[in-house]
Ligand binder design. Sequence first.
Ligand code: 5RP
Length: 227
Amino acid sequence: MLSQQALKENAARAALDYVLPRIDPDAVLGVGTGSTVDLFIDALAAHKHRFRAAVSSSGRSADRLRGYGIEVLDLNEIESFPWYVDGADEVDRALRLTKGGGGALTREKIVASVAKRFLCIVDESKCVERLGKFPLPVEVIPMATAAVARRLRGLGGVPRERRGFLTDNGCGILDVSNLDIVDPVALETTINNIPGVVACGLFAIAGADLALVATQSGMRELAPGRS
Ligand code: 5RP
C-alpha cells in the first residue's frame, strides 16, 4: 500500500511527464502551491533548461523555484502562458475544486486565470462526489473578518479564523465548514460578492482542465465529461 506521500510523488512526476513534452524552451510555466507542488518543483529542477522561467502563486513556491536556480517572473510581465500546475484539497468529477489549504488561493486563482490550461495534480484521497467536506478557505480583508463571518453563517457555514496566519496579500483566512455545496458555481459567486472577501477557495466558475490522479493502481486522468 503506497503512502499518501508516495502518491503525491507519483502525481508530481506524472505532471512533469505530461507537461514537459507540451512546452517549448521559451515557455513560462505556471507553478502553484502546496506539498504536492513542492514535489513537482523538486522534480522540475533537473529539467530547468526545458523552459524559460516560472510564474508562481506564492512566496513559498517562488523561494523553492529560485533555490533551484529557476527564474521566477512577475505575473505583470506575462500576457499568457500554456500550463499552470497546482494541487487541490478536493476535486469533483467536473474538475471543480476546493483550494486554499495552504492559504494561497487568491494568487492561485489569479495565476490560473492567465494560463491557457490548468493541470491539477492530486492523490486519490482528494477526489470527491461533492465538494464541501474540506472546510472552504475564504481570504478576507482583516477589517471585514467579523462582517464576512456573519454573512457566511447566514449561508449555513461555520467559519473559523485561521489564527496566526496571514496570506501573501496580508489578509486573513476563514475556513468555513458545514456548507452544503449543491451548486458550486452559484456559491462561489455569492461568496465572492460579499464585501471584504478577496477570493474564496471554490474553483468552480473556472475549474481545472485536466487532473492527474495518483491511485494505488497507477495514474488516472480526469477530464471534464469523462469519468
Ligand atoms: C494551497 C492549495 C493546495 O493546492 C492544496 O492545499 C493542496 O495541498 P497539498 O498538495 O499540500 O495537499 O490550494 O493554497
